[in-house]
Design a protein around this ligand. Structure first.
Ligand SMILES: [Zn+2]
Length: 292
């Protein structure tokens, strides 16, 4: 994917150093503002300079090589550009349909993170929290994609981000609320069937966005490069529940599937990529989730 120099979303919070800063140079918000006020007070009362206060408050810096630092900066920029493209696309789609749309934000963290959905660590993988409308991402997942799931190429990560934003689209459409109601009335087994459809729809939405991005150019060249869609498909294939369960348990238990099989994920992503509209993405009405 060609991306260097493209607009980076300003709705990205970088919490990888335990500090809240935003990419794109926007002001810190929420807890950030509060701690800045406290810091300002400490500074005024103590007569010290802000730099030394910051040094006191921060955890000791980890030793990172310049190469690692550069790789991490590059990854942050990449996912911020992807997030920006997703904002453009969904903003425009909702406007066309006459629906209201609130943009999500994305939190980059490392290790552990606190969210409106509780606290989580990076072993859960990238996720979306409807409670605060944020996508949570530990950038080390990009290594996991390449090594554990053999999904090389930056577009595999773009697909993952697009899938999470797909959950935000569902939240905006009221689907997440309906799912919450089902959760209280259905057995886990029955609820999981809906959960699979929810996940496949997020894959469909990732495909919809991919169709849009496939029509875009970067300095006169197509943004998508040869192999990009394949790398998204490899990721979809690798993180299908059946593949994951076979890999980590040695067998598959269909009732506990919550993301759909590899084949289903690939097929719904492809369907979104083919049609690129809301109409063909109703996984809840589909009689055959395999799309055969
Ligand atoms: Zn999902």
């Amino acid at each position: 994917m060609k991306w260097r120099g493209d607009r980076q979303s300003t709705n990205v919070e970088d919490r990888t150093n335990g500090r809240v800063t935003q990419t794109g140079g926007r002001a810190v918000k929420g807890g950030g503002i509060f701690s800045m006020i406290i810091l300002g007070l400490v500074m005024l009362l103590g007569g010290g300079n802000l730099g030394s206060v910051l040094n006191m408050m921060e955890p000791p810096a980890q030793q990172v090589s310049p190469q690692t630092q550069q790789l991490s900066t590059e990854r942050k920029e990449f996912v911020s550009v992807v997030f920006g493209h997703l904002e453009d696309f969904w903003g425009q789609e909702f406007q066309r349909e006459g629906f209201r749309y609130t943009q999500p934000s994305m939190v980059l963290y490392s290790g552990r993170v606190r969210t409106a959905c509780g606290s989580a660590d990076s072993s859960v993988g990238p996720f979306y929290c409807p409670g605060d409308q944020k996508v949570y991402l530990d950038l080390s997942f990009m290594d996991e994609l390449a090594t554990k799931y053999k999904a090389k190429g930056d577009f595999a990560m773009a697909y993952v981000v697009a899938h999470e934003v797909g959950h935000h689209v569902q939240q905006q459409l009221g689907i997440a609320d309906q799912m919450n109601k089902l959760r209280t009335t259905l057995s886990t087994k029955e609820y999981n069937k809906y959960q699979v459809r929810m996940e496949l729809q997020a894959d469909y939405y990732a495909g919809m966005w991919t169709k849009y991005i496939a029509g875009k150019t970067h300095n006169g060249q197509p943004i998508l490069e040869i192999g990009d869609v394949e790398s998204a498909l490899t990721a979809a294939n690798a993180i299908g529940d059946d593949t994951l369960q076979r890999k980590f348990q040695g067998f598959v238990i269909p009732d506990s599937f919550t993301h759909g099989t590899s084949k289903q994920r690939i097929n719904w992503f492809n369907r979104g990529y083919q049609y690129g509209d809301f109409e063909h993405g109703n996984t809840f009405a589909a009689t055959n989730l395999d799309l055969e």
